[in-house]
Design a protein around this ligand. Sequence first.
Ligand code: ZN
Length: 617
Amino acid sequence: MTKSFFTFFTALLSIGLFAQGNTNYWQQHVDYTMAVDMDVDNFQYTGTQTLVYTNNSPDELKRVYFHLYFNAFQPGSEMDIRLQNIADPDGRMTTADKKSRIATLTESEMGYLHATSLTQDGNQVSFSEEGTVLVVDLAKPIPSGAKSTFNMEFKGQVPLQIRRSGRNSEEGVALSMSQWYPKLAEYDFEGWHADPYIAREFQGVWGDFDVKLTIDKDYTVGGTGYLQNADEIGHGYETPGTKIKKQKGKTLTWHFKAPMVHDFMWAADPDYIHDIQQVPNGPVLHFLYKDDPKILENWKKLQPKTIEAMEFFSKNIGKYPYDQYSVIQGGDGGMEYAMSTLITGNRKFGSLVGVMAHELAHSWFQHILATNESKHEWMDEGFTSFISKLCMTEIMDSDKENPFEGTYKGYRNLALSGKEQPQTTHADRYALNFAYGISAYSKGSIFLSQLGYIIGQDKLMETIRTYYDEFKFKHPVPNDVKRVAEKISGIELDWYLTDWTQTTNTIDYGIKEVSTVETNTKVTLERIGLMPMPLDILVVYNDGSRETFYAPLQMMRGEKENPYEGVERTVIKDWPWAYPSYEFEIQKPMSSIQAIVIDPSQLMADVNLENNVWQAE
Ligand SMILES: [Zn+2]
């Protein structure tokens, strides 16, 4: 089957894509109050942290854990060693000859984060560092339902920019400060998640942050949180028309508050330009980017596109719940944070809008729907990729017939490579970065687009909105999104969640034979792959007319609505999965049929498209 034939049918029948919770759920709560002093000359900082921890779990806690992420950026760290041992290391973290950049860091260039003192409710506690994790044996256990207050002093050094955070990025941003503070590890119904920082992905405890940052007064700061003393600080944050009093001394103390977040990022640079935009009936947007003539025009044009993207996501997922979002040049590539993102800035316009849309979409699928990304990376990267593709199609007026074509291609490439691991693999434990990337981003995105094929596009979009409504500000797990889809569609989906996310089973259906039975046409289909699927079958006649046949999968115990408006559909008998073949009859002679196509939308991730089409000789 030629590609143009598929494209033809996709265009003909292009689908209008635009157009309760866990029982006994509980989650911990944190209130951080931090004061940090940053020395911009040697990139060292000291801080104090008061952390009020509320144990909403049913359990008494004898230990807690903190993440000390900056310790990853030291020669010999797990991150360094993994980088040296993986077959396809991240190019951003390696030298031209594929050596670990972390291994080359000197004492003054590496990162660290150490607790220097720690008390619990006024009592000294014993604590020890295990790489990027601080293990704390409590002075007294925290009973279920009780609060406990930790007071910590800490000191850190910002590493040279290697990955996500760091100093002096390639584009000259001085400070990209993510994963910078001692961060309490999450304890939830699955237990502790004190994951070492090896490659990627995070999980945090929901709560309120109050952060005071003292830094050289020439630096403009942006990130998570609302600035409390804007009229004192200036730097573009002041109420328009306010005259900023000149501060004595070399530093300013910025005071931020962020309610109900699970992370806190900030970035600072002496040369940031700071623009502000208001989303109608939405948040205020801040743009912080280097005063570099190469990027100025694109960063101005990015601003109205960010407004459009914010409106798109708010409409299609649910209202953005904060009053502020900041797009900040920093880090490497792009990375999502609470109320903000760090992205590299020197990009072609389409790529700049693309990375903004992706990272902004993470505000929903990662931040507000705070899935444990280490365990369910496909739920944040995949869902984000899905919705940001739809957004890009709309705001960039893309004329692509199927915005997901490349996504499916990537998945097929992995599925047929023999390198695929199930999506239940921990984000650090993929044998290859290639396998992680396709599994999390592409296969995760297909989870949703293919769900739309199974339950119908309207039901998919309703599922996404309801999922957001029911699980915002929580830690949803895979079964949660599945249950929402089941309730909305009336279709049973256990088989889908299991096969797609917990196995590497593939989908391959084919048209085995088309033959004449008296005056009718008999079609014999076969199931070659192990993964079950319902089938849409399109029949195109010589006179140009079309009709479809729908073979539901028996274990779905339900049917989707006709996805092709104006095209007659016949629901044929259920296909029980174990049967390798299936027959149905078309009440027309074979001579009148031009072509028969399985899933003309190509939203079903069949790994072999060749056998999906039968054409008259
Ligand atoms: Zn992402």
